[in-house]
Design a protein around this ligand. Structure first.
Ligand SMILES: [Zn+2]
Length: 108
């Protein structure tokens, strides 16, 4: 089961809580760095697996594709092991968008 931030804080001992409190009071530089590091790790892991077929990505294969999408301040990244997977993903996205549009246009 994934650990929530609340669980994590419950488990910390008093000294660690004081350290975090001090860090947050100082602008949270240390916490920010820890969180950024972890996000970087997640992105690296993500980059190695195709989001469609879950195949491992061959780092030097010329069949790899990476798609960046979403708003500038919250860009999402998806990596694909082949053009077919990218195509499938785009079709899914398109269907989802069109589905949403139809739902919106249907009067209640
Ligand atoms: Zn794939």
């Amino acid at each position: 089961m994934p650990v929530t931030v609340k669980d994590m804080i419950e488990r910390l001992d008093y000294d660690d809580l004081l350290k975090i409190k001090k860090d947050l009071d100082d602008g949270g530089i240390h916490m920010n760095r820890l969180v950024k590091e972890k996000i970087k790790q997640h992105l690296l892991m993500h980059r190695r697996i195709c989001v469609v077929c879950q195949n491992e990505i061959e780092p030097y294969s010329t069949n790899n594709y990476t798609l960046l999408f979403g708003p500038e301040d919250f860009k999402k990244k998806a990596t694909f092991c082949a053009l077919d997977c990218l195509q499938y993903f785009l079709n899914q996205m398109k269907e989802k968008k069109e589905g949403m549009k139809i739902e919106k246009e249907t009067p209640e």
